[in-house]
Ligand binder design. Structure first.
Ligand SMILES: [Zn+2]
Ligand SMILES: [Zn+2]
Length: 752
């Protein structure tokens, strides 16, 4: 088993609502969920903590839906950072994202608010977005991605990411409640290891839907009865359509309202109608049918005379009165006590909407340096398409994740939800509430599997019979455990459909690291092991010989010679050669080698023959004894094992040559013997001279210079010519006598 570390780091939406952006790091892959802007902050202050990452390292960016707090930073991230990865979102999200951000840029420009990107950045970003269909599985470099319906708004997706078998579900904003036009969130049917879930509503419970609708309709009606203007600030797409559907229904039931106009105005209104018609398949059946029958459920009046009319209902963006039309109308009408504003969605901390919900008497409009009296009626009737506690709890019970990471929620909401979930699941589920930039670490134990391919596979075929394959094949459980020898751990088997390869599931196979090589381009591939042994079910050993090639996701056991074909690794061979003088009988070396090494083989030649070389082999090392040059030649292909063996052989040769046993010297070949004897005699003469003279030095081969105590050259001895040269007669005599004695002792006559 191998331990792998997975990290989750919120770069935004950690203990806050706004600028959703969550980083997932696992097995060298970096995935970013969402790329939003904080609605309550302007300019760079609204961005997620991008400083915390290297955008260049991010492989995939998944955007769940078109709300600004989930996609607003995308044009900036694509245009202003060195991010080079893939951006994925559903088709409708891509279409609506474009409109929503166009509108966002327009509003920011009108309000003279710093904006981080412009129209051209936005249109560039469109080219880089890869659309994904619901339930379609996309795979990029061994990361599998699937989108599930999240409810919430049209096109909103939850993303299921599978990296090496570990599954992470990121919900984004989701709702399991069915509303008038959207399908509710789905529950993916698979084991989820980590659920990253929004916690906007914490443990709050929504009032029943019909009750909320009743309240909403009567509140609107009350304002109309007073002859006032009813302002419904809301997000352009999704919520607006839902409110229109409710109001249309109500207007049909009430004749007296037929002359009261409902405005839904702005550029987005027209565009959104087209989008909703295009993606009608993603809506509830009844709404879809109405659209197909030509009835327009999103009918609205779009004229500019709303400033003169009274009473009226107007749906205006944005939803939290940050800027734009809804803000303008609010400032115009807030001092009119007959008018009213109804907030129908979630309002982020720090926005004007959030401030007004507390019903203050006065409102400071800071950028205009004015104070307005709040006289208009304020109501909050939440049609927020986020889960309440009941829905969250049900969703989690169905998914049964091992770990939960809460994001997209205030600190208090999160803390309460964590407590409630832990209580409900009796601490069986780990619930985490990270703040921005806090890194959560999860540890996974993953099974390793390896495909046996090519020659290695054919080798395996010799051991496994056809019936073994059938037993391992279809209709049987995928993993059949096999007992294994201790140093190999447990290997599990499962056969793939492909007839040319089996898949071995290996928990712990690495017994020794023997071979390492890295392909320059695919450094992630690593050859870890030379041998993998599996033991058969019935205790018969089956051994597979080959290289264990580990990539991040796909491991293989490959015959060494096929490494290029299967692993696209280049195979390099380093041939080594070493020449070492050895002036003695090579038979001595062979004898000494036989005592030390297991497999010493004389391939050709012998010690008696004085002309032909002797070829030897010690395991994988080739040795040639060259008689003419009196030397050993070693040749081998480099590997950790062979290099070591060659070192040992070389050491043996050096040891024998430097400290030759006496028997070796006297059994030398004739030529060598003479040379060796001469050398020994010369050494002996030098020894004699050293005992008699002050200092000696050798000028060239066999020429000896003798100095006195004051470093003056006093004599020279030519050892080969057996001559003494000196100006000093007595020294000359003395040296001559020494040379004679030495010559006499070395002469063949004295040989016994
Ligand atoms: Zn949302
Ligand atoms: Zn959101």
């Amino acid at each position: 088993m191998e331990t792998e570390i997975l990290r989750i780091i919120p770069l935004g939406a950690g203990k806050e609502v706004g600028r959703s952006c969550v980083l997932l790091v696992y097995r060298g892959k970096r995935i970013l969920f969402d790329c939003g802007l904080h609605p309550a902050h302007h300019g760079i202050y609204g961005l997620p903590y991008f400083d915390f990452i290297e955008p260049e390292d991010i492989d995939i960016l998944l955007v769940t839906h078109f709300h600004i707090d989930h996609c607003g930073a995308l044009p900036y991230f694509l245009a202003r950072t060195n991010f080079k990865g893939k951006v994925i979102m559903t088709h409708p999200t891509k279409a609506i994202y474009n409109y929503v951000l166009q509108d966002f840029i327009r509003i920011c420009n009108v309000g003279e608010i710093d904006i981080l990107f412009d129209e051209s950045d936005l249109s560039d970003s469109m080219d880089k977005i890869i659309p994904i269909r619901f339930h379609e599985e996309l795979e990029f470099d061994d990361v599998k991605i699937q989108a599930y319906i999240a409810g919430h708004v049209l096109g909103a997706a939850m993303f299921l990411v599978d990296i090496g078998g570990v599954k992470i579900l990121y919900t984004g904003d989701y709702s399991t409640e069915e509303d008038r036009h959207l399908k509710p969130a789905e529950i993916p049917k698979c084991n989820v290891d980590i659920l990253i879930v929004e916690s906007t509503y914490g443990i709050r419970l929504h009032e029943p839907r019909d009750l909320r609708e009743e309240k909403f309709k009567s509140r609107v009606h009350d304002i109309i009865k007073k002859g006032g203007r009813c302002l419904l600030p809301c997000f352009a797409l999704g919520k607006a359509q839902e409110l229109l559907l409710i109001l249309n229904e109500y207007w049909k039931e009430h004749e007296e309202l037929k002359d009261v106009p409902i405005y839904y105005t702005g550029l987005l209104a027209t565009k959104s109608l087209n989008v909703f018609q295009t993606y009608r398949n993603m809506m509830r059946e009844d709404t879809k049918e109405k659209i197909e029958q030509g009835e327009n459920p999103f009918h609205f009046e779009d004229s500019q005379d709303y400033m003169e009319k009274k009473p009226l209902v107007i749906i205006a963006t944005p939803g939290m009165l940050q800027s734009g039309l809804s803000r303008y109308l609010f400032e115009e009408w807030c001092e009119d006590e007959n008018s009213g504003v109804i907030f129908t969605g979630y309002s982020v901390e720090g926005t004007l909407a959030q401030q007004i919900m507390n019903q203050p008497n006065e409102i400071q409009i800071s950028h205009k340096h004015k104070t307005l009296k709040l006289k208009m009626d304020v109501a909050v009737i939440d049609f927020s398409a986020h889960c309440d506690f009941k829905q969250t709890s049900h969703f989690i019970r169905k998914i049964k994740p091992a770990n939960i990471v809460l994001v997209h929620g205030g600190q208090n909401e999160m803390a309460k939800l964590k407590k409630a979930l832990e209580l409900e699941h009796k601490n069986q589920i780990n619930v985490h509430c990270p703040q921005n930039c806090q890194s959560l670490i999860f540890t996974f134990f993953t099974e390793k599997s390896a495909k046996v391919v090519g020659k290695a596979k054919r080798n395996l075929d010799n051991f496994l019979t056809h019936s073994d394959y059938l037993a391992l094949g279809k209709g049987m459980p995928n993993n059949i455990p096999h007992n294994l020898s201790e140093d190999c751990g447990l290997i599990k088997f499962s056969q793939e459909d492909s007839p040319s390869s089996e898949r071995l599931k290996i928990d712990n196979t690495i017994s020794e690291l023997d071979y390492q090589d890295r392909h320059p381009e695919e450094t992630k591939l690593e050859i870890e092991q030379e041998e993998a042994i599996i033991k058969e079910y019935d205790d018969n050993m089956v051994s597979i010989e080959g290289l264990f090639v580990e990539s991040q996701f796909d491991n293989m056991i490959i015959n060494e010679t096929e490494i290029q074909d299967f692993a696209s690794l280049s195979r390099h061979k380093v041939s080594q050669q070493l020449v070492m003088p050895f002036e003695y009988d090579p038979g001595f070396f062979i004898k000494a080698a036989e005592d030390l090494f297991d497999k010493v083989q004389v391939v050709s030649g012998n010690t008696e023959d004085l002309v032909n070389d002797i070829n030897l082999k010690i395991e994988d090392i080739d040795l040639v004894y060259r008689k003419r040059s009196a030397s050993f030649e070693l040749k081998w292909d480099s590997s950790a094992k062979s290099d070591l063996l060659a070192d040992a052989i070389a050491l043996l040769i050096i040891q024998l040559a430097n400290n030759p046993p006496a028997s070796m010297v006297y059994n030398m070949t004739n030529h060598c013997k003479e040379k060796q004897l001469e050398k020994l005699q010369f050494e002996a003469f030098k020894k004699v001279l050293r005992e008699h003279c002050e200092e000696i030095s050798i000028v060239e081969d066999n020429m000896i210079e003798i100095f006195d105590s004051s470093q003056e050259l006093v004599a020279k001895v030519d050892y080969n010519a057996k001559e003494v040269i000196s100006c000093d007669e007595s020294i000359k005599e003395h040296l001559k006598a020494l040379l004679d004695i030495h010559n006499h002792s070395c002469s063949p006559k004295n040989d016994c």
